[in-house]
Design a protein around this ligand. Structure first.
Ligand code: PBG
Length: 338
């Protein structure tokens, strides 16, 4: 990309008219540098207890928390549409939330049951589970808190157990989204020592302290518990780019199979830099706030929501993302399949 000779070496107007390749649809397709397919999409799904019910997430039009019976049906539809992977996020009942997030370690918790059901019903669907405590803690932080501090090493001990419980339930990819230092290596060792050497780790390596996670925090009911607290002592400062490269380098060295940049659209420079700097698959997350902004503007008739969604996701691919997490995965796959 950067090693081309000067542009004049490729010709001048009128010999060169770039509009020629844009004149007809077939030719635009022929010369397209990037494309989006259903196999590029990872579908994040919110799950809740119960049967045959769903509760809409008000700040995410079109997204509901679903029960496990419907989850299995959804996994089958997603699979038919060509979506290869789903990511699970649980709504944990308030009475099960605690300061240390103990429910995260319970082998029969909502996420573990969901993993088993999907893997039973649709074995070739890849399943990702988040490794982080925020859906489980009574304070809404991703780590445990003592004397007002998020405790790094103590949190890692718990995260290792959480990852193991998920791997034992059959989870294909564990995805630490907590941003504690050193957690990838610790989780990799824990998996290795318990004979889960095939479990993949998708590291949320460059995860920024973003205000775009608001609707997600509504969905897992952590916004209310967090109150005015923030996550800036562990999630990255949006001002930084070099630091993201250091995070990614560490996570690769510690045993990550893939790395994630999050949020997406405002961080495409990070996606591009990561993809061109490291020979690992880089994924990007179109987070809840990005989804909500597109949907809200579309509902007002201010933009063409489907077209903007497609343009946004294609931009992730252009920046170098190998796969994209998007709440719109089903709709987008339907559109792509015509
Ligand atoms: C929790 C987690 C978050 C998201 C994914 N995993 C929220 C947060 O860090 O506060 C955000 C996803 C989204 O906004 O769509 N560790």
């Amino acid at each position: 990309m950067t090693n081309h000779p000067p542009h004049s070496a490729f010709g001048r107007f009128p010999d060169t008219r770039l509009r020629r390749t844009r004149m007809q649809g077939w030719c635009r397709d022929l010369v397209a540098e990037h494309s989006l397919t259903p196999a590029d999409l990872i579908w994040p799904v919110f799950i809740q207890e119960g049967t045959a019910t769903e509760s809409p997430v008000a700040s995410m039009p079109g997204v509901s928390r679903i029960t496990l019976d419907n989850l299995v049906k959804s996994a089958k539809s997603a699979n038919k549409l060509g979506i290869k992977t789903m990511a699970l996020f649980p709504l944990i009942k308030e009475e099960l939330k605690s300061p240390y997030g103990d429910e995260a370690l319970f082998p029969e918790n909502l996420v573990c049951r969901a993993i088993r059901e999907i893997k039973n019903a649709v074995p070739d669907m890849g399943v990702i589970a988040d490794v982080a405590l925020d859906p489980y803690t009574s304070h809404g932080q991703d780590g445990v808190v003592e004397n007002g501090h998020i405790m790094n090493d103590l949190t890692i001990e718990i995260l290792c157990k959480q990852a193991l419980v998920q791997a034992q339930a059959g989870c294909d990819i564990v995805a630490p989204s907590d941003m504690m230092d050193g957690r990838i290596g610790a989780i990799r060792n824990a998996l290795e020592s318990e004979k889960h050497s095939d479990t993949l780790i998708l590291a949320y390596s460059a995860k920024y302290a973003s205000s775009l996670y608001g609707p997600f925090r509504d969905a897992v009911d952590s916004a209310r518990l967090l109150g005015k607290a923030d996550k800036r002592t562990y999630q990255m400062n949006p001002a930084n780019s070099d630091e993201a490269m250091r995070e990614i380098a560490l996570d690769i060295a510690e045993g990550a199979d893939m790395v994630m940049v999050k949020p997406g659209i405002a961080y495409l420079d990070i996606v591009q830099r990561a993809a061109s700097s490291f020979p690992v698959p880089v994924f990007a997350y179109q987070v809840s706030g990005e989804y909500a902004m597109i949907k809200a503007a579309a509902q007002n008739g201010w933009i063409d929501g489907d077209a903007v969604m497609m343009e946004s996701l294609l931009s992730f691919k252009r920046a170098g993302a190998r796969a994209i997490l998007t709440y719109a995965a089903l709709d987008v796959a339907k559109q792509l399949n015509g």
